[in-house]
Unconditional design. Structure first.
Length: 324
């Protein structure tokens, strides 16, 4: 991705690395993920990783899939203002964000440089979603992104590095241990700075869902469903976040021209490598679709690409899609 020292870094990054801490949850569970109040936290890696540890504590991972009755809210519509890009696509013109072009140097993803990269990606999400919400007649509230190491207390319980980056709707913060990016590269075979940006954009997608009331509706709906159907609704939620990440990537490229050759492939590869089927096969040697919580590799790639190709949030209605 193209960034340089002139690019803005978000002021909403909290560097809490080295502080550690955390509290034990109900039943001695080290990282509770409460879903009460119609809300719950999300992890980009997979709840299967968390579930394996939960089983060690004698807790059924499926017991956290609670929510309630209710229907899913419609994704809001935006008035289309056509402005063809170089590729011929027609994304939404977002007022208030100037187009910028020119060559930028690639930022290294090491040490504090990684923190700066994260801050610049978060700033881009703020700029894009602020203007998108303005076009909807709404106000976008920036999430905060907390950098931590090891374990850290959150409103959704104690976050652990093993959970991967996650969003907690109870405090509306994204939690990231930068060590995850090394795991993304080595364990999941998904290197590249755009792959790292995709991870952040996915979690910001959950924040967008919270602001639009989708997260609360999903958790209410899951409460009335048996485990298998609740899992499917959770997959819809995650695939929509992938699609919203793609919408951000599309609009951000139109406004900022961040992409370099190979970046799109990096993002699609990341979506593919962290599909539930890939992770299940890696962990157990077999695939159990009924236990999916984020979607298969094919589904994650397809929905991310759908958002990226269209640049339209109404293309991300996974809850009414005839096929996930």
């Amino acid at each position: 991705m193209r960034y340089d020292d002139k690019d803005r870094e978000s002021s909403n990054v909290e560097d809490r690395r080295g502080e550690g801490g955390g509290r034990m949850g109900k039943g001695g569970m080290p990282f509770p993920i409460p879903m009460g109040g119609g809300r719950g936290g999300m992890s980009i890696t997979t709840l299967l990783i968390i579930g394996a540890v939960m089983l060690l504590f004698g807790i059924n991972p499926l017991e956290i899939l609670v929510g309630g009755q209710g229907s899913f809210p419609e994704l809001p519509r935006m008035e289309q203002n056509r402005a063809p890009t170089e590729a011929g696509r027609v994304p939404y013109e977002i007022p208030g964000v100037p187009d910028r072009s020119g060559r930028r140097t690639r930022v290294s993803a090491d040490g504090d440089e990684m923190k700066r990269f994260v801050g610049r990606v978060l700033a881009d999400t703020e700029d894009v979603w602020t203007r998108v919400f303005q076009s909807l007649g709404r106000r976008y509230e920036d999430p905060r992104l907390v950098l931590f190491s090891g374990a850290f207390p959150t409103a959704c319980g104690t976050g652990l590095s093993a959970m991967g980056p996650f969003y907690c709707p109870l405090d509306r913060k994204i939690y990231v241990d930068l060590a995850f990016y090394e795991e993304l590269k080595r364990r999941f075979n998904a290197p590249g700075d755009f792959a790292q940006a995709y991870v952040i954009a996915h979690e910001v997608g959950h924040h967008v869902q919270t602001l639009l009331g989708i997260s609360e509706a999903v958790q209410r709906k899951k409460q009335s469903l048996p485990e298998r159907e609740a899992n499917r609704v959770q997959v819809m939620m995650e695939l929509q976040a992938d699609c919203l990440a793609g919408v951000w990537a599309s609009l951000n490229e139109h406004l900022r021209q961040r992409l370099q050759p190979g970046d799109i492939e990096e993002g699609l590869n990341a979506a593919r490598q962290i599909g539930d089927d890939m992770i299940q096969r890696q962990q157990t040697g077999r695939v159990v679709p009924d236990a999916f919580t984020h979607g298969s590799s094919e589904q994650r790639v397809r929905w991310f690409r759908r958002g990226m190709d269209s640049g339209r949030i109404q293309e991300c209605d996974t809850f009414k899609a005839p096929q996930l």
